[in-house]
Design a protein around this ligand. Structure first.
Ligand SMILES: CSC[C@H]1O[C@@H](n2cnc3c(O)ncnc32)[C@H](O)[C@@H]1O
Ligand SMILES: [Zn+2]
Length: 451
């Protein structure tokens, strides 16, 4: 008597991520009730399971869906809005004024939808978001069937979402409560950065984070200027300040970390914090280089993120893996730094671990959610296949992602989104671009591209 399952995915190669380096040739992933039931060779799986649906992908590699561990998804509507600038000029003179003018529930819904469409098409099945209107981010992700870790944001300036720190915290906690029954949506605290949140607010937030055993997601040591300003104005480096406030713990997910002394690396390793690496955003804003190989050597857990599309300028995690691997080698002066298998772990299980979700996602393991991507290896660019992980990281493009499942639901089929209206997303995006361009032409004629 064969066991009933919902889905069998027969793949040329199955890369379970755990144990790192495993490549299972001609294997099948069995899925029941949205979760992985088992991984067996093709023939054995057909003997053991009776499936509602069998998907045959003999030329594909199948692996865990990618976890975009740091992004601001709604900022996809600001892609290309302000380029070729350093962080603080970009934020102060362009991004924050534009957000002040446009960010509201509709902007966040439409921007998040655009981002989800882009991410799903590129093999991302979970994103860790930090943006205004987390209620809208959560609702949009849940409706799309996408997994999201939503930031309960904290920033000390008023926005259309909240006025004051207490309001940011209480509204965030309310949204968390509203979504507690949704298996796709989880929450983390998301204080923006050391230069926008006071000690008092951070301490208050830390109290909640301890009580609720919830991770904290924060930009930290993004640029040398951030660290220099903090030393000049507050007399200490931001990491020292976070340590003093009791924020350095396994709950901390520190984004960027381009400025790190040996002592700080040791501190991060000892406290069990994770680092979320965003190499393309760091390169484009010329923020600096995160010492990934040294962090790895020190035993620090690493996740990978794109940052927002306004600073990257894409949400392509396959591209980000390649950049991370190539950059780590150059920064370390060592071609063996961050090999392909490591960077895939970082882009899946490392991110999941940082988010406190590694019991549920991040690898293809019995009992975990079936968050899966399939990549077509039969393109000239990825032939021949000596090692599918090497091809994925060093040669493949995101256009080769053919199929994506989140909790066993097929959201991408042969390169087409099954649950999202692609042309409606295109139309809404064009409408936003027209509105935003008109506003810029009026408010900042010197920056207009139409003169
Ligand atoms: C509180 S919502 C998030 C806030 O962060 C801004 N942002 C986007 N990218 C970065 C970055 O690389 N460093 C610092 N802040 C960033 C975004 O525009 C929102 O205002
Ligand atoms: Zn960011």
């Amino acid at each position: 008597m064969r066991e009933a399952v919902d889905l069998l995915i027969e793949a040329g190669w199955v890369v379970p991520v755990e144990p790192e380096g495993w490549i299972l040739t001609e294997h099948t992933v069995a899925v029941r009730d949205g979760r992985i039931e088992g991984i067996l060779p093709w023939a054995e799986a057909r003997e053991q399971y009776q499936a509602e649906e069998v998907v045959q992908l003999p030329n594909h590699m199948v692996t865990a869906g990618l976890v975009n561990a740091h992004t601001h998804s709604a900022m996809s509507l600001l892609r290309g809005f302000a380029d070729d600038l350093p962080l603080m000029t970009w934020l102060n003179e362009h991004i924050w004024p534009a957000e002040g003018a446009f960010v509201g529930p509709d902007f966040v819904r439409d921007g998040t939808e655009l981002a989800i469409a882009e991410m799903l098409r590129g093999g991302t099945t979970c994103f860790n978001d930090m943006y205004f209107f987390p209620d809208v981010v959560a609702r949009t992700a849940s409706r799309a069937g996408m997994r999201a870790s939503v930031g309960m944001i904290l920033i000390e300036f008023p926005s259309a979402w909240a006025e004051k720190p207490e309001e940011y915290l209480s509204k965030g906690l309310q949204v968390r409560d509203d979504f507690k029954a949704d298996p796709l949506i989880s929450f983390v605290f998301a204080p923006h950065a050391p230069y926008t949140v006071s000690d008092a607010s951070l301490e208050r937030m830390r109290g909640y984070a301890d009580e609720l055993d919830t991770p904290i997601h924060m930009h930290l040591h993004e640029t040398a200027q951030e660290v220099e300003d903090a030393v000049r104005e507050q007399g200490e480096r931001p990491i020292a300040r976070m340590a003093r406030l009791g924020l350095l713990s396994p709950s901390m997910m520190a984004v960027h970390m381009t400025q790190l002394s040996d002592e700080e690396i040791r501190l991060i390793s000892e406290c069990g914090a994770s680092v979320l690496h965003c190499p393309e955003s760091n390169l484009k804003l010329a923020s600096g280089f995160c010492p990934v190989a040294r962090l790895q050597e020190a035993g620090v857990n690493l996740g990978l993120g794109t940052d927002g599309a306004a600073s990257n300028n894409d949400l392509d995690m396959i591209g980000e893996m390649r950049t991370a691997a190539l950059l780590a080698k150059t920064v370390a002066g060592d071609a063996s730094a961050l090999p392909a298998g490591r960077v895939l772990t970082m882009a899946t299980l490392g991110g999941a671990q940082a988010l406190g979700l590694d019991h549920a996602i991040g690898s293809l393991k019995k009992g975990k959610w079936a968050d899966i991507m399939a990549v077509d290896m039969q393109h000239f660019a990825t032939q021949p296949v000596y090692n599918p992980v090497s091809q994925l990281v060093y040669a493949a493009s995101r256009d080769q992602v053919s199929d994506v499942w989140v909790a066993g639901r097929r959201l991408l089929q042969n390169g087409r989104l099954t649950e999202m209206d692609e042309s409606a997303i295109q139309r809404k995006t064009r409408d936003w671009a027209a509105r935003i361009s008109r506003h810029r032409d009026q408010a900042m004629p010197e920056q207009s591209h139409n003169d």
